[in-house]
Design a protein around this ligand. Structure first.
Ligand SMILES: [Zn+2]
Ligand SMILES: [Zn+2]
Length: 184
């Protein structure tokens, strides 16, 4: 028979020798410790998480694990949202406002799903912003008629009806697409 070693439970709440000082702010006295790495931290440095107070570095480390997108994913996200945004804005530019109100959010969802598929569903800290930006840039050619009329001397005030559709498309589709990439 092997000897069984009884593990002695070690008290976590060891009485400290002296006052604790924040690791980042050595002149600030504190009684808080990060519950992951154990470093003393002041209230300014403590971040409240569902599992307790943690230091900013540990929270950052968690997020880096959470966000797994590579730089290539960001390029793909930009290209896919630009390409699909271009097509969607072009298709919708020929239709009326009601179609845009109804279809632009759907286009935003479709673009978001396509980006998720093309990037292997890896999560990126900036994917939402990049996708929204891609849709905005992709929709710019839809403003070409406005530019042409401006060049002909038509005042911008008289072109609001032409601007409304693309602007509405961008706001709705980019907004919906962005919301797909907001985590938590
Ligand atoms: Zn920590
Ligand atoms: Zn501090």
């Amino acid at each position: 028979m092997t000897e069984s070693v009884q593990e002695v439970p070690r008290s976590v709440d060891v009485v400290e020798d002296g006052p604790l000082y924040c690791t980042v702010h050595p002149d600030v006295e504190t009684s808080l410790r990060c519950n992951k790495c154990g470093r003393p931290m002041c209230t300014k440095c403590a971040v409240r998480t569902p599992v307790g107070y943690r230091c900013k570095e540990c929270v950052r480390g968690q997020q880096d694990v959470f966000y797994s997108a590579t730089q290539r994913d960001y390029v793909i996200a930009g290209a896919v949202s630009f390409g699909l945004g271009l097509v969607a804005a072009y298709l919708l530019s020929g239709l009326g406002l009601l179609f845009t109100i109804f279809l632009a959010p759907m286009a935003g969802s479709v673009i978001a799903q396509a980006v998720r598929w093309f990037t292997g569903r890896r999560r990126g800290r900036y994917t939402g912003q990049i996708v929204a930006g891609g849709i905005v840039v992709g929709a710019l050619p839809a403003l070409w008629p406005v530019v042409q009329l401006l060049a002909l001397g038509v005042p911008l005030g008289g072109l609001t009806f032409l601007l409304l559709n693309p602007v509405l498309f961008v706001a709705l589709s980019a907004g919906v697409a962005y919301s797909w990439f907001r985590y938590r």
